[in-house]
Write a protein that binds this ligand. Structure first.
Ligand code: MV4
Length: 452
């Protein structure tokens, strides 16, 4: 096991990794930007090192700054968290070149999955069910021919994108040219790569993602699934496990196919395969995330596993300590992402000082947060304040526990999404486990969400 690692991230995930390290006797060095000097992870770390000014591009996204911080402080490995450099193939390669262990998959596997078209090819080759779609489309005429073949409605996605960035829906031929050229320019702007592909749009589907864990010796297990259908502008707001009304047979088949596919590409560490599941429980691969995800605690609560412990063990060369028959899903967990966004103001991000902070607790309640009274929210990064995760034996009890914990949660000084989550829990469709991907769009009035 490592003696000391660099945590190249901030906020709640830096604290999450730090806690796992502390339990395993691993010293922690937290890299921070000027804006995070007074943050809780920096205060709690064994050591800290400034990697640059507030803008992500000059600190958390700077490969030279992060790599030199690890080397200067004598770290053996780097945990990238999520976001920032966590899925940056050049960063993983640079770590390998200088003899640092990147706590994540090999650069090659990251590269395959980072290119959404290559990922589709690899998954198709592994026999994974896919939505009809195309390779990268470089011209409008090529795209129009593909659209005519596939049939509307059509989803356009950036090949170098992911997690919902650079995604556009085209519902009829008249608008296709405009949507395609817009998607291309958005992809060029966001990812410096205008590659766009299309897929048949699947309406009334559920977004179900499968958690996998592989070691360096060809062993791999799937750790159940998470339903992430409740999204707003492609940002997940709430996740739960198990996915409501998903038959055990489908769960097992998705998991087994996911493991076969990732072992086939030499995957290592934790990863998530995202699927769309239609009303007949047919599932279709969408994309793979090669990082620890924000919503990983939902899986931890129903399996009893610590995914960051598992990452550290795999990265330090240990074989998996569990086999598939040792993985059991127990009860139901729901994660509420509590962000500094005002649901009454179209979820506009807010900054400010946390004037009062009182997190809920009690049976089956977990709060992953870096907040404290007096903390000033920096404007430079995402607006995640806390993740409230509740567990209970059944989904109805988890909903009741979530309602109780959300009402108990005190965060004063900025508007938050707590009121939104309370309204969501009272929605009959959600309560019946029938929230599909277009759920929020169809109920925007109820959630005071101004339609797009
Ligand atoms: C889709 C889809 C339907 N058909 N792709 C991909 C990234 C994720 N953030 C949303 N994604 C989707 N991709 C095809 N071909 C539905 C979703 C989707 C979604 C779309 C719009 C609004 C909310 C959504 C919630 C989950 C999934």
């Amino acid at each position: 096991m490592f003696k000391q690692i660099l945590i190249a991230n901030r906020g709640e995930i830096a604290l999450r990794v730090l806690r796992a390290c502390r339990e395993m006797g691993v010293e922690t060095v937290v890299a921070y930007s000027d804006a995070d000097r007074e943050s809780l992870p920096v205060r709690m770390a064994d050591k800290r090192i400034c990697i640059g000014p507030a803008p992500g591009g000059k600190s958390y996204l700077s490969i030279p700054n992060v790599v030199s911080a690890a080397m200067l402080t004598g770290c053996e490995a780097i945990h990238p968290g999520y976001g920032f450099l966590s899925e940056n193939e050049s960063f993983a390669e640079m770590c390998r070149d200088v003899g640092l262990i990147f706590i994540g998959p090999p650069p090659e596997a990251m590269g395959i999955m980072g290119d959404k078209v290559e990922a589709r090819k690899a998954m198709r080759a592994a026999g994974m069910p896919m939505l009809s779609g195309t390779d990268v489309l470089r011209s409008l005429s090529e795209a129009e021919a593909a659209a005519a073949r596939i049939g509307f409605p059509i989803m356009l996605k950036a090949a170098a994108g992911g997690g919902g960035r650079g995604i556009r829906l085209a519902t009829q031929p008249e608008e296709f040219a405009h949507v395609f050229t817009t998607a291309q320019s958005e992809a060029r702007e966001a990812f410096h790569d205008d590659g766009v592909y299309v897929e048949k749009y699947l309406g009334r589907a559920k977004h179900v993602e499968v958690q996998i864990l592989c070691d360096n010796f060809g062993n791999g297990v799937y750790l159940g699934e998470r339903n992430c259908s409740v999204q707003r502008r492609h940002q997940k707001l709430l996740e739960e496990s198990p996915s409501p009304n998903l038959p055990e047979k489908v769960r097992r088949e998705m998991g087994q196919r996911a493991i076969e596919a990732v072992l086939a590409i030499g995957y290592r560490g934790v990863g998530t395969l995202e699927f769309l599941v239609d009303e007949q429980n047919n599932y279709y691969f969408m994309e793979m995330n090669t990082r620890l995800q924000v919503e990983h605690p939902v899986t931890e609560m129903v399996t009893g596993l610590d995914l960051v412990h598992a990452q550290l063990r795999v990265a330090s060369g240990e074989p998996l300590s569990i086999r598939q028959e040792d993985v059991h899903m127990n009860g139901h967990a729901i994660e509420f992402r509590i962000t500094a966004e005002d649901p009454e103001m179209d979820f506009r991000p807010q900054t400010g000082v946390i004037e009062e902070y009182f997190p809920p607790s009690g049976p089956g309640v977990r709060v992953d947060s870096h907040l404290y009274r007096g903390y000033e929210i920096p404007p430079h990064y995402d607006s995640l304040l806390a993740k409230l995760i509740v567990w209970a034996p059944t989904r109805d009890e988890a909903i009741a526990r979530g309602r109780r914990a959300l009402k108990e949660f005190i965060i004063e000084g900025v508007p938050t999404t707590i009121p939104f989550h309370l309204r969501l829990l009272d929605n009959p469709l959600f309560q019946r486990g029938e929230a599909y991907t277009n759920f929020l769009a169809e109920h925007s009035a109820e959630f005071a969400l101004k339609s797009r």
